[in-house]
Design a protein around this ligand. Structure first.
Ligand SMILES: [Zn+2]
Length: 254
């Protein structure tokens, strides 16, 4: 009986996957132009990786729901493209990963008063509502200054990635290798201590708040300043390369 149920569910899943492939939102040439212009990661990829990136972005845009908030009139195509591209960038090393739990993307025009913390926020993730929340102004600023190690989009997607790995109700669990994760944890604890004691001048202070913030800040630097990261923190950089299954330096050079 179990086998039959499993089989039926496998068939449904297969059909669903096929449906999404066929009916996925297609990107046009002008969308790729937007990416080349405003999304440095995409521009720096080799042609075959750009092709894969495009395909995966189409699937992300098919699955996510975008909502304007706080007086934002509409979510533009450009917003969808660049936010979707940030998700693909962070999960690019995992072929099937799209952070499915976080279906809803809420966009505010600027910073907003968070109902969770009752403070002004530029972004947050809300696992209960499967939501990633972003201030468009802060997101765009993070993207525009591509080498300062501050990128709100990457920061929030990193939070979502870490949560997705441990949320039991989805099929995207435990993709972060446990052994690599514990290696990462050990190194990150030392780094956090350095930040807290004011002895580190690479990561920003926010990274010393807690383990979640450190992971998000580390990923901002991993993508925006990979060369410097590798020089300054070679062990941590290497374990992140293995953990995320991509090396932004190699992707850029090849
Ligand atoms: Zn954060």
């Amino acid at each position: 009986m179990w086998l039959t149920i499993q089989l039926v569910s496998d068939i449904f899943e297969g059909l669903d996957r096929a449906r999404k492939q066929v009916f996925r939102k297609r990107l046009e040439e002008q969308d790729l132009e937007t990416l080349r212009k405003f999304f440095p990661y995409f521009k720096s990829l080799r042609p075959q990786h750009q092709k894969e990136f495009k395909h995966r972005l189409e699937l992300v845009l098919t699955e996510k729901r975008f909502y304007p908030r706080g007086g934002l009139k509409e979510v533009t195509k450009e917003m969808k493209l660049l936010i979707g591209a940030t998700i693909v960038q962070v999960v690019f090393g995992f072929k099937e990963l799209r952070l499915r739990h976080f279906k809803n993307i809420l966009i505010y025009p600027d910073t907003y008063l968070s109902t969770i913390s009752n403070q002004q926020h530029a972004g947050e993730v809300n696992p209960k509502h499967g939501a990633i929340v972003l201030s468009w102004k802060s997101f765009a600023k993070g993207l525009a200054d591509e080498k300062d190690g501050i990128n709100l989009g990457i920061h929030e997607v990193a939070h979502a990635l870490k949560l997705e790995n441990w949320i039991r109700s989805n099929d995207e669990i435990n993709f972060l290798h446990p052994k690599l994760w514990s290696e990462y944890l050990e190194l990150s604890e030392m780094e956090m201590e350095q930040i807290q004691e004011g002895k580190d001048d690479f990561f920003r202070k926010r990274g010393g708040d807690d383990a979640h913030e450190f992971f998000a800040v580390a990923l901002e630097n991993f993508f925006e300043r990979p060369e410097e990261f590798q020089n300054r923190k070679p062990l941590l950089f290497l374990v992140l390369v293995k953990l995320l299954r991509q090396n932004p330096i190699v992707l850029k050079q090849s």
